[in-house]
Design a protein around this ligand. Sequence first.
Ligand code: NOJ
Length: 488
Amino acid sequence: MTNFSRRTFARLFGATAAASSLPLPALAAGFKDAIPQPLTPTTHHFPQGFLWGSATASYQVEGAVNEDGRGPSIWDTFSHTPGKTAFGDTGDVADDHFHRYAEDIQIMKNLGVKTYRFSVAWSRVFPNGSGTPNPRGLDFYNRMLDTLLAAGIQPYCTLYHWDLPQTLQDNGGWENRDTAQAFADYAGYTAAHLSDRVKHFMTMNEIRTFVELGYRDGVHAPGLKLTAARVAQLNHYAVLGHGLAVQAIRASAKPGTKVGLAENAIPTAPVIETPEHIEAATRAYRLINASFLTVIMEGRYHDLYLKQLGSDAPKFTAAEMKTIGSPVDFLGLNVYNPAYIRASNSEKGYEVVPSPASYPHMYSPWLEFGPEGIYWSPKLATKLWNVKEIFITENGASSTDVLTPEGEVYDTDRVMFLRNYLTQLHRAVSEGVPVKGYFLWSLLDNYEWADGYSKRFGIHYVDFTTQKRTPKLSAKFYKEVIARNGLA
Ligand code: NOJ
């Protein structure tokens, strides 16, 4: 018996038994009657047809930044600016997915995923963001989609995952209202060409993140730190771009195409699940997400959001608000960590409960462990806006991920993370919350933005020198979940 197993044995069966020199199987046999048999936990099955998937994004995996006429994006510029990303990492090569997509689709097939969420790089299609499209721009996506469909995997396409064409940024980026129209034109063009094979389009990914980290905090591309008034105005043009794109996709895509978005609405979890705190969490969900998901779902800005901004509030017209509120066919929610909420007598009717320093988090310091978020986010969205179809468009975690000489990655923390989030997701689904699918972030380790390659989110380990992919323990876990359509 190894030290480890003897210690474990001692915990389970007592020190005397563990001290015995008998081999482990003989001891286990001796104690058989004391162990409830079989030791299988309750199975949490998901509804038949639940769509298990995985997700990536163009700049994070593709590489090939100078191929087939692709124009530069703000992430090329930002990542090549000294001091902006960890170790000066760029997405020049990333996972080389542009050349290795067939191998990656085979990996998906082995995993058993039914669907794959990817994003199109705007500057491959319109190298300058608008004007004349690049004739070779969609070639890569055409090849990739044909290979996916041949493998029996349904594609879900995001049109903007933060890689804004640099030319548009040179003209003001999302501060310029024309960018919203350019985005709609690109979205309509791309949907017209891909909707024979893609049935679900997401306009944008995480509007909150690119607005706040890119234009307010300066830690993501384009690296600006603008005033509150300018941020509120460009936020308005970003959500307007979403609404214009919904209309453009509807106008140009094949009948039956569905349109939505993938937003990281902050999940507001009642700190204790009692009616008063649940009520507070519901109010918090609307207000904390006021300028992103709420305005899109309601077509108007929350009164308290405008009041809080005062003279920094965005200027808008009634026609713009109607466009922003264009109905979506489905809602995509990216879920990472929740904010814990409690009731209060303040005007808002809630307070955010701060996390203590000891609160557990994953390898990325911002990623607190909070499985309840994946229960509350879709539940509150359904209650507030009567949404009929929801997908968890992202959920996953970073881990230190060491590849052993035997070729294993024991990411037990990621498995623990996923198991607990999926248990909470099951709780939502079994209560009738209309979550139809789940996209794990991410299929592969990839370019984690300003963190470069230092933070790995994949369930497949990527050696960025050789581009070798190795399934981690979490890939084996996820494969079992998919095969059983549940947790057990
Ligand atoms: C959300 C983003 O959409 C994705 O690009 C990123 O890698 C993950 N969060 C992890 O940070």
